[in-house]
Write a protein of this length. Structure first.
Length: 407
């Protein structure tokens, strides 16, 4: 029998909670983490709201030079990784057989922007360049935990977090590691980032109603809400997990990656290649479309994305789609960019654990073109044996992950 890969630990730092269980409780309660921006003066911006992590003090996680040399996206990742490892009750007993895959999309954008403003007036930190690199969260986690196996990072825009899980699974199945700490992180709530996204028309401008701004699949949606955070999982071979008596959230049974090859930001019409990612993920998992109980949707709240994701699910799930239960955690936490896919994976796994799925809040005027069961506004208690997490990124990168309950 082929080796199975399971999830044994989860850690999270998000706009609605600085750990896994507080985040999950907020998602089930339908509590929004969107509020006026505090990271910079946004009073002149067309968008003045974001989903910021609140009350996170990196000095409680790191100290001294490690604190000074790390960018915020790495600090969030270290915090989430520590929680995930503690949750898994994991001791890194064989560092050479343990790996790290933590992806980011915009990486150290905030440190680059800050450094640019300092040019000419101040000497830049000697840590500036290294701290801004995409691989730094993975490397900082490896340093933190003393890991000497494969450590890697890649950027797939909003599909980065999901792909970290796919890559971690490959490392385990290839025999390169028994355990991989994996997930996504990003923290780039900055003036330049918001100016750029606003010029694209990508962001919600519902400044007078922050909690109601993120509206996936709603007819009145006007763009996504930019967020920050990190979600990290502990992934193990089932053999390794059982030998050490680990508690198992579920099996990561497979995933798939496709490319629209269409546009740098717009999804391909009709969601053809997003549908192909769903279909291939199911095939790779050995899970039939009718066996999926729940989908943690990408569901950003942009006009094009929600419509094409709906079409993609209709294509991939066929007749099953009208019985499919779908919701978007982004309605509460906004778009965590590089961490978004990992948050979707966490949502799927905890739905399996607790037999309940979080709602899509702010869904008050359903879009006729988004006509699936999106669990409007109130969490739903239901058995979940198999769940999928969708992630579709800028550049047309589509990544879907499938999870099933542990046998």
């Amino acid at each position: 029998m082929a080796e199975r890969v399971v999830i044994t630990g989860i850690g999270a730092v998000t706009p609605v909670g600085n750990d896994r269980e507080s985040t999950w409780a907020a998602l089930l309660a339908g509590r929004s983490g969107v509020a006026p921006i505090t990271a910079f003066d946004a009073s002149a911006m067309s968008t003045q709201i974001a989903a910021e992590v609140k009350g996170f003090d990196p000095a409680t996680i790191l100290e001294g030079k490690r604190l000074r040399r790390t960018a915020r996206f790495a600090q969030l990742a270290v915090a989430a990784a520590r929680e995930a490892v503690a949750d898994a009750d994991l001791t890194v007993s064989d560092p050479a057989r343990t790996g790290v895959v933590i992806n980011a999309a915009v990486a150290g954008f905030d440190t680059i922007e800050s450094a640019t403003k300092l040019m000419g007036d101040h000497r830049l930190s000697p840590y500036f360049v290294a701290s801004s690199l995409t691989n730094m969260p993975a490397c900082e986690v490896a340093i933190d935990l003393g890991i000497h196996g494969p450590v890697t990072a890649s950027a797939l825009a909003c599909a980065s977090g999901n792909y970290a899980l796919v890559e971690a699974r490959r490392l385990i199945l290839a025999g390169d590691a028994d355990v991989v700490i994996c997930g996504g992180t990003d923290a780039a709530i900055t003036e330049v980032m918001f100016a750029g996204l606003s010029s694209m028309g990508a962001l919600s401008k519902r400044n007078d109603d922050p909690a109601g701004a993120s509206r996936p699949f709603d007819a009145e949606r006007d763009g996504f809400v930019f967020g920050e955070g990190s979600v990290v999982l502990v992934m193990e071979s089932a053999t390794h997990a059982r030998e050490r008596g680990a508690r198992i959230y579920g099996e990561f049974s497979g995933g798939a990656l496709t490319s629209d090859a269409f546009h740098i930001s717009a999804p391909a019409p009709e969601g053809r290649y997003a549908a192909a990612a769903i279909t291939r993920a199911l095939e790779n998992s050995g899970v039939a479309p009718e066996e999926i109980d729940y989908v943690s949707a990408h569901g950003t709240g942009t006009r094009a994305n929600d419509r094409t994701e709906t079409m993609a699910m209709r294509t991939a799930y066929g007749k099953k789609v009208d019985d499919l239960v779908v919701s978007s955690p982004k309605s509460m936490v906004g778009h965590l960019i590089g961490a978004a896919g990992a948050l979707g994976a966490m949502t799927a796994l905890l739905a399996i654990r607790d037999s309940v799925v979080p709602p899509t809040i702010n869904l008050t005027s359903p879009d006729p073109e988004c006509d699936l069961d999106y669990v409007p506004n109130v969490a739903r208690h239901m058995p979940v044996r198999a769940a999928a997490a969708n992630a579709f990124g800028f550049g047309g990168q589509n990544c879907v992950a499938v999870f099933v309950a542990d046998e």
